[in-house]
Design a protein around this ligand. Structure first.
Ligand code: PA5
Length: 446
């Protein structure tokens, strides 16, 4: 068992009749996806990717990662949204949220270009002082503002530190196969490039070079990760909800939404999974939040957040359900020591594995929250590793596509993301008639 959906905390929230009612919609969604006739079907490359990935390119990624590991102390990955979250999620999932601080024989990895914070860039420049650096800039369009600003800064740093020729060996670019400014610049300067496939959207791209190069630099077995995704593809191939947990998850989400549960909280009990939840939020938020529809995706790390958001979840507005990733086996074993003084009164758990206590906290919380009116979908995950990450990614991507089709939206576009960009460019004084018009409109509201 790599991943298993447990529905025992849905009793009283989702009935057999609900499953029967949604079955025709699931059949329709399955038909749209499998016949590639639904909205956004130009972006279904991720469905076949685990089996059909470009073997030659993946070999090139593994070789580039080996060179990068030897060449640098600090590896800076520049990208935002789908060109950032998956890689970071994978690195933390497979290693630790404290990857950089732990002893290792791979470079520190920093993620930049995912905000426009002056401090965050300045801090990273300080971290780079006296260190050997390599960069991977990742942008499908090649024109996204946040990574473009960061790339200007770090390219300048490298060129000043190493000169043009040596910095060209240290800059790796992941972008469109043939077009875009980044591709042009790479060809001109001789940067090694990797391809973001045309038919894979940003938030579905973690198992393309977008994610795979940084993941490989962290020393993670990317072939095992792709194998996990491929096995998940086979495991979730049935069109029957009873045989396909990804489809069942998609159905449950829509059933709960129809009952007024418009917020989904992805809960984990491991800090190493917090970035996976961030990746998941983008996947579901951008895929479903449109046409005035969708479930608002949020996340918590328990037990930490039981001491901040636990009160709201237990007794606040009854608008949410939880999807809990229950990690069955921890990567580490630590026993709670006995204390002869027993001042904290915890000797009744001395000698117990901390992971056992953590999982007991999960059971206790699931019972409390369901009693409080918050349905819990449980995803039992066998362990943390490259294979499991690939498996989980495919599960969530497939469920997301089906869930979006059941909801009646195009799960593969993100038209709303453009609005802030248009305003920002207009306010920053970008030339052009449209920008000027918008600037005048915005000025009236300022
Ligand atoms: O999912 C998406 O499409 C977005 O999050 C993009 O990945 C993000 O905006 C970055 O775009 P780009 O890779 O073109 O720089």
């Amino acid at each position: 068992m790599t991943l298993k959906l447990n529905d025992k905390y849905l009793k009283g929230f989702v009935s057999e009749a609900d499953y029967n009612d949604i079955a025709p919609k699931l059949a329709e969604a399955h038909a749209l996806l499998s016949s590639r006739s639904g909205q956004g079907s130009d972006f279904l490359g991720w469905t076949e990717l685990p089996d059909n990935y470009d073997r030659v390119e993946v070999e090139r990624i593994i070789k580039a990662a080996e060179r990068i590991k030897k060449m640098c102390d600090v590896f800076i990955t520049i990208g935002i949204g789908g060109s950032y979250l998956g890689a970071r999620a994978a690195v933390e999932f497979c290693t630790s949220a404290r990857y950089n601080a732990l002893p290792k024989d791979t470079p520190d990895i920093y993620f930049s270009g995912n905000d426009i914070s002056a401090s965050s860039l300045a801090e990273l420049l300080k971290i780079c002082e006296g260190k050997d650096i390599c960069i991977n800039v990742i942008s499908k369009s090649g024109t996204t503002t946040e990574p473009a600003i960061a790339f200007r800064i770090f390219r300048k740093l490298l060129e000043e530190k190493y000169g043009k020729e040596e910095s060209a060996r240290r800059i790796f670019v992941t972008t469109d196969r043939a077009k875009g400014k980044l591709k042009e610049l790479s060809d001109k300067n001789g940067y090694e490039t990797f391809v973001v496939p045309d038919d894979v959207g940003g938030r579905f791209s973690v198992l393309t070079p977008v994610g795979l190069l940084p993941i490989a630099v962290a020393g993670i077995d990317i072939l095992d990760m792709l194998k996990g995704a491929s096995d998940a593809k086979a495991a979730y191939s049935s069109e029957k909800m009873s045989e396909n947990d990804a489809y069942k998850y998609a159905c449950i989400r829509n059933i709960l939404l129809s009952k007024g549960k418009s917020v989904e909280i992805l809960a984990t009990y491991e800090s190493s999974l917090a970035m996976t939840a961030e990746w998941w939020k983008q996947l579901y938020g951008e895929s479903e939040g449109k046409d005035n529809k969708g479930i608002y995706p949020s996340s918590v790390t328990f037990t930490t957040d039981l001491h901040s958001l636990g009160q709201f979840i237990q007794q606040g507005s009854r608008i949410m359900f939880e999807t809990v990733i229950d990690l069955v086996n921890a990567s580490d074993k630590t026993l709670i020591p006995d204390d002869p003084l027993n001042l904290d009164g915890l000797n009744f758990i001395s000698g117990k594995d901390i992971h056992y206590v953590n999982r007991t906290a999960f059971t206790a919380t699931a019972m409390a929250h369901t009693d409080g009116g918050v349905p819990n979908i449980v995803l039992e995950l066998e362990k943390r590793g490259a294979y499991e990450f690939g498996y989980l990614v495919y599960f969530f991507e497939l469920a997301c596509a089906i869930s979006g089709y059941i909801l009646g939206v195009n799960p593969f576009n993100q038209p709303g993301v453009e609005e802030y960009k248009k305003n920002m460019f207009a306010l920053l004084g970008k030339p052009g008639e449209d920008n000027e018009k918008r600037r005048a409109e915005l000025a009236k509201k300022l």
